[in-house]
Structure formats: structure tokens, C-alpha cells
Design a protein around this ligand. Structure first.
Ligand code: CA
Ligand code: CA
Ligand code: CA
Length: 358
């Protein structure tokens, strides 16, 4: 009860701080896709029902149009509508009628407790091999799985990584075949202690650098570090400080530390970050009303929101809301991945959308 109370109270505080919150809620769904700004999405179709009815919390798309989807997350306090273990899917966006393919996993990974969360892809430039990094929470622990994509539909499990610093991992960005930066969304593994830090506004969450040679805290000072990604030139790391309603920009250093550059306010609780490899624009799936996520009521579902940041390194980044829904099309959007005029929107525990960008 205590945890629920703190959770509710802290999110209420955060919602009061979130600008535009009421405006977003007032937008109702009258068509398949609803836009609140002139630059909006069109032709959003609900698809992938069979594989993502239980959520596609994170999605990332390769330059050749192959999208990886992490589905079936079970996260403490959030709804989950399946007892099935999580699964990974592949979707070829260059196919005229893309349809998701379940990835087969080879190796010693225990698939019965597979609980995939944030994902990231690394391409080894010497041989073009594709490595998929997946945050996994078996028995609600945190670990990172590294896979290699071998054939069209097979992932070979190479390694499980655990470390005391990787205690509450939400998302990762791979920077080598065995190295990555990871966000901890809790300051402490304990929910009670973590929510106390949120309640007291203590920015004690961090980003951890991992390689076989070195593991260390690379950046700290986040209220709750969620999505993480990298700029196309690999120089900057972006972190969604979700409860603080901002995206933090950090610069990579030789010694793997991340130096804080600036924060960009987004007015919502943004979850995962995807970066358009051509333009460098950031796209986030966000939670406009988090209390509804935790106090789930199908009659009054949590909404969804997609936010884009253009020119993030300029003096005047442009933050715009690209899609909003009151939860009747898609609930609890957590990721928005752009690709050549298309946008995939995934959710913590609901469907995924494939949209055409106007
Ligand atoms: Ca990710
Ligand atoms: Ca912050
Ligand atoms: Ca996330």
C-alpha cells in the first residue's frame, strides 16, 4: 500500500509539472490516427495484433529496413495481459506488406523466463554481422543478453551479462560487440527506496558503461533514466530522464565517461528514444498520463504520445508533438521508430502501429 501511495503521489506531482497535459487529454480519437499539430502522421494502421497485443516496449530499425521488436514485457506495477514469456520479432519494412517474424533463439538462454525490455543493435563494420543487445528481467532481475543474427530468423545467444551496477536496467545502447551504455531507472533495486528518491526529487539514477575490461558509472544525476540512444556521428548520447520530463544530451569521452551538455524539456514522460539516422532527429514514445498506466482501467485507458526533437544540438531545438491518442487506438506508447517515411509506434502492454509520415 505504501509503495502504491508513494507511486501515486509522486506521479501526481510529476503530472502537475507536465505542461500541456490537459491539452493532450482533450484531444479525442475520432479517426484511426489523430494529430494535434499541422505536421502530423497519416494512415496509422493498427497491425501486428497477434505478436504485439502484449506490448512492443522497444523497437529499433536498421538502415536496410529491418525492424527488431521486443515484446511481452512484464514490469512490476504495470499491467501485463499474458503469462507467456517475452519474444523478439523482426519486421521487414521494405516488404510491400510487412508481417512480423518471430525470431528463433539458439543457445543456453532460459526462454521460459525471458522478459525482454530495452533493445539496441550493433553492426560490426569489419564483417557486417548484426548483434542484438536485449535487457532481460528473468524473475525481475536485470541482465543484458547479447545475440548475433545468424540467418534471417535466428538469433544465436552469445552471452549473459550481470553486474551489481546493472541493477535496474531499462534500456541500452551498444557501442561495440561486447560494450554498451545502460540506463538504471531506479536509484536502488528496492521499489520503496526508489520511490522515496522520486518523492524527494533526488536525482540518484545513473548510466553505466559496460565492457569486458571495465564497468563504471558513466553519468549520474537522473531522477529516472529510461531510454538511451546515440547520435549518428556517435559523438553524443541521449538519455530520457523520464520523471524530469526532459531529454539529456551527453558527450562521450575517451575514458568512456559521459559529460553533461544540456537538457531539452519535452513536457511529457518520454520513454525510449530512437534517432533518425539520416536527419539526427530524436523520436520518443511518451506517456501523457502515467497514473492511468499504473491504475489501469480499460474503460479509461492511458493515452499515447509521440514527440520529435529536431536540431537538438542547436541553440533552439524544436520539440513537437507528432501523434497523440487518448488510449483508444494505442495505450501507453513507449517507442516511436522512424524509417524512410514510416513510423513504428510500440507500447508497454498494447498493440503496435505502423504509420506513414506525411
Ligand atoms: Ca532502445
Ligand atoms: Ca534531469
Ligand atoms: Ca523504456
Amino acid at each position: 500500500m505504501f509503495v502504491v501511495f508513494i507511486l501515486e503521489f509522486s506521479f501526481m506531482c510529476n503530472m502537475i509539472m507536465a505542461k500541456d497535459f490537459a491539452v493532450q487529454l482533450n484531444v479525442t480519437t475520432s479517426a484511426v490516427c489523430v494529430c494535434s499539430l499541422r505536421l502530423c502522421l497519416v494512415k496509422c494502421e493498427v497491425f501486428l495484433l497477434f505478436c504485439t497485443e502484449h506490448g512492443a516496449e522497444d523497437i529499433t530499425i536498421l538502415k536496410d529496413g529491418l525492424a527488431f521488436l521486443s515484446t511481452g514485457l512484464k514490469y512490476p506495477g504495470l499491467p501485463s495481459f499474458s503469462d507467456e514469456p517475452g519474444k523478439l520479432y523482426l519486421l521487414d519494412l521494405l516488404h510491400p506488406r510487412p508481417s512480423p517474424l518471430e525470431l528463433q533463439i539458439e543457445g543456453k538462454l532460459d526462454l521460459s523466463s525471458f522478459n525482454p525490455h530495452g533493445i539496441s543493435v550493433y553492426i560490426n563494420e569489419t564483417d557486417e554481422s548484426v548483434y542484438l543487445f536485449v535487457v532481460n528481467h528473468p524473475q525481475h532481475k536485470s541482465q543484458v543478453e547479447i545475440f548475433r543474427l545468424d540467418e534471417e530468423d535466428t538469433l544465436v545467444h552469445l552471452k549473459t551479462i550481470t553486474h551489481p551496477l546493472l541493477h535496474s536496467v531499462n534500456d541500452i545502447v551498444a557501442v561495440g560487440v561486447e560494450s554498451f551504455y545502460a540506463t538504471n531507472d531506479h536509484a536502488f533495486p528496492s521499489d520503496v527506496l526508489h520511490f522515496l528518491t522520486i518523492l524527494l526529487g533526488l536525482p540518484w539514477c545513473d548510466v553505466v558503461y559496460y565492457s569486458p575490461e571495465e564497468v563504471k558509472v558513466a553519468a549520474s544525476g537522473f531522477l529516472s533514466a529510461n531510454g538511451i540512444n546515440i547520435s549518428p556521428d556517435k559523438r553524443y548520447i541521449y538519455v530520457s530522464d523520464i520523471v524530469d520530463h526532459e531529454i539529456d544530451v551527453l558527450e562521450r569521452q575517451e575514458d568512456k565517461e559521459l559529460v553533461y551538455i544540456k537538457s531539452v524539456a519535452v513536457g511529457s514522460l518520454c520513454d525510449n528514444i530512437e534517432v533518425d539516422h539520416r536527419t539526427g532527429d530524436l523520436w520518443m514514445g511518451c506517456h501523457p498520463n502515467p497514473i492511468k498506466m499504473y491504475m489501469f482501467d480499460p474503460e479509461d485507458p492511458p493515452g499515447s504520445e509521440v514527440i520529435q526533437i529536431k536540431n537538438i544540438h542547436s541553440g533552439q531545438p524544436v520539440v513537437s508533438q507528432k501523434y497523440v491518442d487518448d488510449g483508444h487506438v494505442i495505450m501507453a506508447s513507449s517507442v516511436a521508430a522512424p524509417y524512410e517515411g514510416k513510423l513504428l509506434v510500440g507500447s508497454v502492454f498494447h498493440k503496435a502501429l505502423c504509420c506513414d509520415l506525411k
